[in-house]
Ligand binder design. Structure first.
Ligand code: URP
Ligand code: ZN
Ligand code: ZN
Length: 458
């Protein structure tokens, strides 16, 4: 048989196995895993890893926040993601006040259509729960968006009652509730206290949202998941106190999963002390933590207390956006870039540093998020019949991360000057080379909406 494309001679790495084989691609799918395969196009992967394309289940492209809009849109954001070895994203579609979930989804699909170079799905962020919105959750699940996000903080937060209602709907109809867990009253109290004392620097963003604020809300959400029997996914978990709550809930048999992000594993609250308002680059919620939280998170990833690593990519320029809060940390748009270097950072500081093996890298960056969010085995799998979403990764390639070389459409990276050994050299989406050896081959608009199925407990 002659394939459309063959990736030959690489070391194939899945979440469970490592083996040498050629991959044959036909009609967008992986059609063969074998030896001596031949195709119209051959990609020589000798000396490289061949892995399922990474899956980033936490992005914010073209998202309005605090009077501005995140800088990457679905074109620039998915291009940057592809250069970093990601082949699918799940972005957050935010319901507007009084808006139906269907209208919100239509609006977010319109942003992505004609622009994305990768396949994309949507979580539905519920910000204004009503009886009809609760009913609409099932419609969203049937439409291929089985995951929802609720915020326990911000003006558009939900009450514990609403969180419970969402958990019950998800339980009954095959959905999953993602939660942004911070105690709103404690955060509001601390922000007001700091501002009234004239403490306006970026470091007070972190001091207004200490780890216990997240630990308390995470514990509460986990207990509501236990009380209702509803499935919960804790997003952007940052600290040991929140992790302990997740560990306890899982040990008690609750359907609770959690992710962390590279910034919480690699950066710390010391970054808020960068001079000349530089700390604003790291203003995100929850904030960066004291360094002692990092090793527990790494261990949690290795032990599956944390099931995945996503980016929470939410880029705002330092000049022109972050500086909206020069006189008041509470006005700095929350979020930081990171959609491109995730796989390389996790390889460098996870695998090369001996914290976990290459199979676990695939598990936390591709297979587990695909399973948890209802995309497996179409995505996140190197298996016959799966979409040919594949990354060819050179474990010897040395790269210095820099805004100058990354493709994210934002004027800084939190990882400026970080050196990694190992970087993607080719990324294929449904068998099409999106980028290879630093060159973009695919056209914007080729990405398709992923109609996701039932989330799985990982
Ligand atoms: O600061 C952050 N994380 N911005 C993005 C929105 C969110 O809460 O995930
Ligand atoms: Zn959040
Ligand atoms: Zn986020």
């Amino acid at each position: 048989m002659r394939f459309d494309c063959v990736i030959s001679g690489g070391l194939c790495v899945t979440a469970s196995d490592t083996f040498r084989a050629d991959i044959g691609i036909l009609d967008e799918k992986i059609a063969a895993i074998g030896t001596h395969l031949s195709g119209e196009r051959t990609i020589d992967a000798t000396g490289k890893y061949v892995m399922p394309g990474a899956v980033d289940t936490h992005t914010h492209l073209e998202m309005p926040f605090g009077g501005t809009v995140s800088k990457d849109d679905f074109e620039t954001g998915t291009i940057a993601a592809a250069y970093g070895g990601t082949t699918s994203i799940v972005d957050f579609c935010i319901q507007g006040k009084g808006q139906s979930l269907q209208d919100a989804l239509d609006a977010w699909r319109a942003k992505a259509e004609g622009k994305a170079v990768l396949d994309y799905g949507f979580h539905i962020a519920i910000t204004d729960m009503t009886g009809s919105v609760l009913d609409e959750m099932q419609t969203m699940i049937d439409a291929g968006c089985p995951s929802f996000k609720v915020f326990m903080v911000y003006d558009f937060r939900v009450s514990d009652t609403v969180l419970m209602q969402a958990l019950i709907q998800a339980r009954d109809h095959g959905g999953l509730v993602c939660v942004h867990a911070e105690n709103n009253d404690a955060v509001t109290y601390l922000i007001n206290k700091h501002l009234s004392e004239g403490k306006t620097d970026p470091r007070y963003h972190a001091l207004s949202r200490p780890p216990l604020v997240e630990g308390e809300a995470t514990g509460r959400a986990c207990k509501l998941a236990q009380i209702t029997g509803g499935p919960l996914f804790v997003v952007h978990l940052t600290c040991e106190s929140a992790l302990q709550e997740v560990v306890r809930a899982r040990a008690n048999g609750a359907s609770v999963m959690a992710e962390t992000c590279p910034q919480y594993l690699l950066l710390s609250d010391a970054n808020y002390d960068e001079p000349d308002f530089g700390g604003a680059k790291y203003v995100m919620s929850p904030p960066l933590r004291p360094r002692e939280n990092q090793e527990p998170l790494w261990k949690g990833l290795a032990s599956n207390d944390l099931v995945s690593v996503a980016t929470d990519h939410c880029p705002f320029d330092f000049n022109g956006q972050k500086d909206m809060g020069r006189d008041n940390f509470a006005k700095i748009p929350n979020g930081a870039p990171g959609i491109e270097p995730r796989l390389a950072l996790m390889h460098e500081f996870g695998v090369n540093a001996g914290r976990f093996d290459i199979n676990r890298l695939v598990a936390v960056c591709a297979t587990n998020p695909a399973k948890a969010f209802g995309m497996y085995p179409q995505k996140g799998a190197l298996a016959i019949g799966a979409d040919a979403d594949i990354v060819v990764f050179d474990p010897e390639l040395k790269v210095t991360l820099s805004t100058a070389t990354l493709h994210e459409n934002v004027d800084y990276t939190p990882y400026e000057g970080v050196e990694v050994t190992g970087f993607p050299v080719a990324t294929l989406s449904r068998g099409e080379v999106v980028c290879m050896n630093g060159r973009l081959e695919a056209k914007p608009g080729r990405g398709r909406f992923i109609k996701r199925g039932k989330p799985r407990f990982v």
